[in-house]
Design a protein around this ligand. Structure first.
Ligand SMILES: O=C(O)C[C@@](O)(CF)CCOP(=O)(O)OP(=O)(O)O
Length: 326
């Protein structure tokens, strides 16, 4: 029996990963940049055991169906192949996220699984190697290996596509991200399916690609200069461009709900009132608002007139992946 355990935290992209250049290796069309957060994380244990006759996957104590288990098995096959290992495994993941749906990210889950496998098999992977491995589970997972700001350089091969820390002089500790939960209960299109349909069919996709690398350069410059408004403006514009591509997909779709648009309007109104804050969204209706810590109380007060306390969740910059004693 080989056992390992790891904890990895959710990251939110400021410059989005949206579209694959290679589906099998999960190589992205563009580079991306994220902030790892402290509020949401996953702890995953893995037990490779000669007595097991198949892989099994438990999430928050519940055994998962064959589809979810297949995604994990695909990742385990990669590790088994790389390590010439013929053992099945039991994977046990626990998401530490507020009960609200739509917050548990595959990023923290797959990053934690990569870390748990590395630990169980004593692979002693470097952070770069761990990021490369996590990427094969889910693209954005490669960024959760690192704390704070992380850049996923798209690369052009398995070897060259991985994340690394963006030097920031700990500026991320002056920031916060306020999640506004407007989950409308609609069954969202997964990010994997959404980006595939967009790449394959959206006439707006080329416009996304035309701008994203320039957006990334602006974001890195803003971090270097600790320029919050510059970082916020490019974050908000990049997120809107990403979501814009879905409107021209065939068939078209959007992740935005009426309440998502309401939050966007309120963020713009807050800025007009002199409260610097900027929104971004991913593959769901919830809205994430980037704000400086010093302005967080005023932002929460402003939004509390429109949303309940339970709908407003604060996160701060979080650490990279952590090994945990099994
Ligand atoms: O996080 C970002 O950069 C932007 C998104 O969240 C926007 F929705 C996409 C994340 O995609 P992911 O779940 O990593 O896809 P996978 O590689 O198909 O597993």
């Amino acid at each position: 029996m080989y056992a390992g355990k790891a904890r990895a935290y959710t990251n939110i992209a400021l410059i989005k990963y949206w579209g694959k250049n290679d589906e099998h290796l999960i190589l992205p069309m563009n580079s991306s940049l994220s902030l790892t957060l402290d509020a949401f994380y996953t702890e995953t244990s893995v037990y490779f055991d000669e007595t097991l006759t198949e892989d099994s996957f438990f999430l928050d104590g519940k055994q998962q169906d064959s589809k979810q288990t297949a995604k994990i098995s695909k990742f385990l096959d990669l590790v088994r192949q790389q390590q010439n290992l013929a053992l099945f495994a039991k994977v046990d993941s626990k998401n530490f996220v507020p009960t609200a749906a739509g917050l548990a990210s595959s990023a923290s889950g797959l990053a934690a699984l990569a870390g748990a496998c590395s630990d169980a098999l004593n692979l002693q992977l470097t952070k770069t190697e761990l990021s490369r491995l996590a990427r094969r589970g889910s693209g954005s997972a490669c960024r959760s290996i690192f704390g704070g700001f992380a850049e996923w350089q798209k690369g052009d091969s398995d070897q060259t596509s991985f994340a690394q820390t963006v030097p920031s002089d700990n500026w991320e500790n002056e920031l916060a991200m306020l999640f506004v939960l407007v989950d409308d209960g609609m069954k969202d299109i997964s990010s994997r399916d959404g980006m595939k349909r967009t790449v394959d069919t959206s006439s707006f996709y080329s416009g996304w690609l035309d701008n994203v690398e320039a957006d990334l350069a602006v974001a890195k410059q803003a971090i270097k200069e600790k320029d919050f408004n510059k970082l916020g403006q490019v974050t908000e514009a990049n997120g809107l461009r990403m979501h814009g591509t879905t409107l021209a997909a065939v068939p078209p779709f959007t992740y935005w709900s009426p309440d998502s648009l309401k939050v966007m309007q309120l963020v713009r109104l807050a800025r007009q009132k002199g409260l610097p804050c900027y929104f971004t969204m991913d593959a769901g209706p919830n809205v994430k608002i980037l704000v400086e810590k010093k302005n967080l109380p005023a932002l929460k007060l402003f939004l509390s007139e429109h949303f309940s306390k339970e709908q407003l969740i604060t996160a701060y910059a979080g650490p990279g992946i952590e090994g945990i004693p099994v």
